[in-house]
Design a protein around this ligand. Structure first.
Ligand SMILES: Nc1ccn([C@@H]2O[C@H](COP(=O)(O)O)[C@@H](O)[C@H]2O)c(=O)n1
Ligand code: CDI
Length: 166
């Protein structure tokens, strides 16, 4: 069986926070506001995977009312979701994504993001697509007030052996 999922997230850029995208800390004068590390790309990927298997969203599994998720690396969420996938016999075939980010330039960090994410999900970096685009200075994303991300994924489930007699 195969399943697809989509995810979207946006976080505000503020002073006094680290900028973490795809599990990688990126030198910049602003960071993403959030209860966790605000990793907008990982949140979009997490929602895509959860949606594909018919589960509730990231906020349901990791509520921002819980202190244990405060400032946590969002790679932790992916790791937990990966364990849920294994438990329910699902495998990630691929994830694709777009980060809408006026600045900074993400290109130099994409390969490292793929490695971090692939390790959290137990897959190969080649199964992950991450693209960056500006919003051509249009709207709140174009004014660099925040960063947004979209993700999609394809999952497959290994057939469960049947011991029923023919
Ligand atoms: N934050 C970003 C945004 C874009 N890039 C790279 O630049 C290319 C051109 O972006 P446009 O929005 O002008 O189409 C894009 O394809 C990315 O390679 C980036 O690295 N970081
Ligand atoms: C990830 C969680 C985890 O506490 O918090 P935030 O980092 O604020 O991120 P968001 O995408 O707004 O919502 C999901 C939250 O539950």
């Amino acid at each position: 069986m195969i399943r697809t999922g989509i995810g979207y997230d946006v976080h505000k850029l503020v002073k006094g926070r680290k900028l973490v995208i795809g599990g990688v800390e990126i030198p910049f004068e602003f960071g993403l506001l959030g209860h966790s590390d605000g990793d907008v790309l990982i949140h979009a990927m997490a929602d895509a995977i959860l949606g594909a298997i018919g589960k509730r969203d990231i906020g349901f599994f990791f509520p921002n009312s819980e202190q244990r998720w405060k400032d946590v690396s969002s790679l932790v969420f992916l790791n937990e979701i990966s364990q849920l996938l294994s438990k329910e016999n699902w495998k990630v075939e691929n994830i694709d994504s777009v980060v809408i980010c006026e600045q900074p330039k993400l290109s130099p960090f994409i390969d490292e993001m793929k490695i971090k994410i692939s390790l959290s999900l137990g897959i190969d970096p080649s199964q992950i697509g991450i693209k960056a685009t500006t919003n051509e200075k249009l709207g709140f994303l174009g004014r660099a007030e925040g960063i947004a991300a979209f993700a999609s994924c394809l999952l497959s489930s290994a057939p469960v052996p049947s011991y029923a007699s023919p």
